[in-house]
Design a protein around this ligand. Structure first.
Ligand code: 9D3
Length: 238
């Protein structure tokens, strides 16, 4: 599954030596002929639960390589991953990412081994591997000397908690839809202000929760307030 990490930014992070990935398959740490990693739940009910012993052995093997690692369990019961957590984890030198399948992992393994539990959102996936890849991709972008100059100028919208403005490239007209005039004007101050207005407006329309968070931290500047008022008037929804 993890072949996706051999592309794009995570690949570059590995080539630069900023990111090193290794995998421990719990099935390799079983002791029975069927290589059993799951069993029926105590108390009954549907599905299967991952057994402690194979996971504990896999974690012990990982710890040989990573004695100081923080163990993160990707699970629907975790705190939602966000930009601040990614920034913090990107400064943690060793991580063991624990991925579950089936209904989940025996709670005692979590109590014994896990330092933190994270979810990537409120929807049901089939296991923790894709969330682990999401985490690794997001961390890769924060590691030193990984983003090239053209990428690093682009810091994500979540740094200052506004959504990004719309982007355009050639041609200047497609199917009767033209690029906004200001972007062709060469007036860099006007372009900057238009982009800020679009960011504020889109955040107001699509993610009012972000705008409220931002207002709590530092009230919108006078300029930002008036740009947003203009956007609302233009949209006819104020
Ligand atoms: C349909 C099964 N659900 C019954 C109430 C519980 C359930 C168990 C295991 C739901 C999903 C999973 C597998 N998911 C993950 O391991 C997972 C996950 C996710 O499903 N959504 C968002 N983030 C994450 S992180 C790990």
């Amino acid at each position: 599954m993890f072949a996706a990490l051999n592309y794009g930014i995570p690949r570059r992070a590995q080539e630069k030596g900023a990111l090193e990935l290794e995998y421990w398959d719990p099935r390799c740490y079983t002791t029975d002929v069927h290589r059993t990693v799951d069993d029926t739940p105590y108390g009954g009910g549907p599905g299967m639960v991952m057994k402690v012993a194979p996971l504990q052995a896999a974690i012990a093997a990982a710890r040989e390589k990573l004695p100081k690692a923080t163990i993160i369990y990707l699970s629907p019961q975790g705190k939602r991953l966000d930009h601040a957590t990614i920034a913090q984890l990107s400064e943690t030198p060793e991580l063991i990412l624990l991925c579950g399948r089936y209904e989940g992992i025996d709670e005692r393994l979590i109590a014994l081994e896990v330092d933190a539990e994270y979810s990537i959102g409120d929807y049901v996936l089939s296991g923790g591997e894709l969330p682990a890849m999401v985490l690794i991709d997001a961390i890769s972008r924060h590691l030193p000397n990984v983003l090239g100059d053209s990428d690093s100028a682009i810091e994500d919208s979540f740094v200052d908690a506004l959504l990004d403005c719309p982007h355009y490239t050639r041609p200047a007209e497609i199917a009767g839809k033209s690029v906004p005039d200001v972007l062709l004007s060469g007036d860099h101050a006007a372009i900057k202000q238009w982009r800020l207005k679009q960011s504020l407006g889109r955040t107001w329309e699509r993610r009012p929760d972000l705008l409220e968070n931002r207002a709590k931290q530092k009230t919108l500047s006078k300029l930002e307030q008036s740009l947003l008022e203009d956007y609302k008037k233009d949209s006819g929804r104020s």
